[in-house]
Design a protein around this ligand. Structure first.
Ligand code: UDX
Ligand code: ADP
Length: 471
């Protein structure tokens, strides 16, 4: 085996939710390695470099990491070419959204950004590189990257491709990166591939125990990322399917989940019934898996995974319908406060957030909606609503939707409060004051099993919770 290259300079292409936190933590844990994170988006890079550390993404603990190493061995830049040229190892962390047009539209991943980044590496590299695919991608993307790099490389430039999928969850990214359950590195099982894998393993070994760093084949690594997300999402759809049975029978989903999770073979995590999962990964990765299964002529496998996404859509729509049904079958002209717009707590990310579907459904029923989220910027909310409701001009949407400065403001004069995101501050609201400020009867719809329903009922609220009968 060729002796592994010692990584001294890392470049990360893509300063988003994955590349930013991951490479900032690498810089923190490896002071001897220079880490440069590059992005085409000037305003994003400016925010990463901002003097007051108003970073472009909200992630608890991230600013402390960036404060500790920015300017020391962590740099943010729009000079993609320089970043590529200087590095021994390049992470590709660009976005891979679901395709909107053409073959596989609605299912397959759009690999345009990956391809452009790969072509750029091939065009500007003047020395050998280890290229690491970090974005979630369909199986065999590494093979396409290899073909592009080999077809375009200069003499004496070798490119070794690794797959190193990221398993961090937003909101707990820094903790997840500090103490990962595992780090997965996939490589070709050739001497060169194994050597490149050893180079990246040595980077992680600065803070991750060796037994948690798993070395596998390239394709296994790519498929594992899709499989892990599909299986996590499947647990949520399973518990959400059961929540519908609970509502119809009077059983309590929290009690069921708790008791089921006690079985050590099942385990307690990821069994929280909710208004539906969101985020940039679950739906996208399952649809990728569906597309892959169909391409491999495995329609039964495709249908199995597709159902996980369909159950999630059903859950969001079922919840909105329950709001309408409970409010005497009409919400026309009624004011509804939606608390939370992010897809989960402790993030400002709204991709595939259940709140978007809920609000869209409420607007369809010609209700007025007040929205409050502690972290999501207002422009983002308008952009998401406009995308979700393309047939209505933004000005029309803005006549029906008000963005509020606090949870209290959002609830003022509302007939119902809908909890869409499990922000801790919603648990700690002074619910008596909220009650006093609302129209009566005052309804609460808890899509996150967040509040103490009995305590709220004592105040006077009519409370509807996911996975429980009655108001
Ligand atoms: C997920 C994976 O957890 C992570 O390993 C991968 O790298 C990226 O995708 P993320 O989407 O950031 O991470 O958040 P996650 O905590 O998994 O939550 C996803 C969605 O499921 C959220 O909308 C969350 O509210 C919902 N959820 C989660 C539930 O409804 N119930 C649960 O029990 C857990
Ligand atoms: P993720 O959640 O996967 O990190 P994001 O959309 O948050 O996705 O981040 C991806 C980033 O990659 C974006 O900031 C985008 O500008 C950047 N990007 C995409 N293509 C390129 C490229 N060819 N060169 C540099 N940056 C890129």
């Amino acid at each position: 085996m060729a002796s592994p290259v010692e990584v001294k300079k890392i470049c990360c292409i893509g300063a988003g939710y994955v590349g930013g936190p991951t490479c900032a933590v690498i810089a923190l844990k490896c002071p001897h390695i220079q880490v440069t994170i590059v992005d085409l988006n000037q305003s994003r890079i400016d925010a990463w470099n901002s003097e007051d550390f108003s970073l472009p993404i909200y992630e608890p603990g991230l600013d402390d990491v960036v404060k500790a190493c920015r300017g020391r061995n962590l740099f943010f830049s729009t000079d993609v070419n320089k970043g590529i040229q200087e590095a021994d190892l390049i992470f590709v962390s660009v976005n891979t959204p679901t395709k909107k047009n053409g073959v596989g539209a609605g299912y397959a991943a759009d690999l345009n950004y990956i391809e452009l980044a790969t072509r750029q590496i091939a065009a500007v590299a003047t020395s050998s590189k280890i290229v690491v695919e970090k974005s979630t991608v369909p199986c065999r993307t590494a093979e396409s990257m290899r073909t592009i790099l080999e077809a375009n490389s200069k003499p004496n430039c070798r490119f070794d491709i690794l797959s190193n999928p990221e398993f961090l969850a937003e909101g707990t990214a820094i903790d997840d990166l500090f103490n990962p359950d595992r780090v997965l590195i996939g490589s070709l099982q050739t001497p060169e591939g194994i050597s490149a894998c050893a180079s990246l393993t040595a980077v992680y070994a600065n803070w991750v125990a060796k037994e948690r760093i798993l070395n596998v084949g390239l394709w296994s690594s790519e498929l594992t990322k899709l499989a892990a997300n599909a299986m996590l999402a499947q647990r949520i759809s399973s518990i959400n399917a059961l929540s519908a049975i609970c509502e119809a029978t009077g059983a309590n989903i929290d009690e069921v989940a708790h008791a089921v999770g006690y079985d050590s073979r099942v385990g307690p995590k990821f069994l929280k019934a909710s208004v539906g999962f969101g985020g940039s990964c679950f739906q996208k990765d399952i649809l990728n898996l569906v597309y892959l299964s169909e391409s491999l002529h495995l329609p039964e496998v495709a249908a199995y995974w597709r159902q996980v996404v369909e159950m999630n859509e059903y859950q969001k729509n079922r919840f909105s319908k329950r709001v309408v049904d409970t409010l005497f079958n009409t919400i026309t002209g009624k004011r509804i406060a939606v608390l939370g717009f992010a897809f989960k707590a402790d993030t400002g990310d709204t991709r595939e957030s259940a709140a978007i579907t809920l609000i869209k459904n409420f607007l369809n029923e010609t209700a007025y909606v007040n929205v409050y989220d502690p972290k999501v910027p207002h422009e983002q909310i308008w952009q998401d609503l406009q995308e979700a409701i393309p047939n209505k001009p933004l000005e029309t949407i803005q006549k029906q939707v008000t963005l509020s400065a606090s949870a209290m403001d959002a609830c003022l004069n509302a007939e119902a409060v809908v909890i869409a995101t499990e922000w801790k501050e919603f648990k700690e609201i002074d619910w008596q004051t909220v009650y006093d400020s609302m129209k009566k009867p005052a309804f609460v719809f808890d899509g996150r099993l967040l509040v103490d329903a009995d305590a709220l009922r004592k105040i006077g609220f009519k409370v509807t919770s996911i996975g429980r009968g009655g108001v």
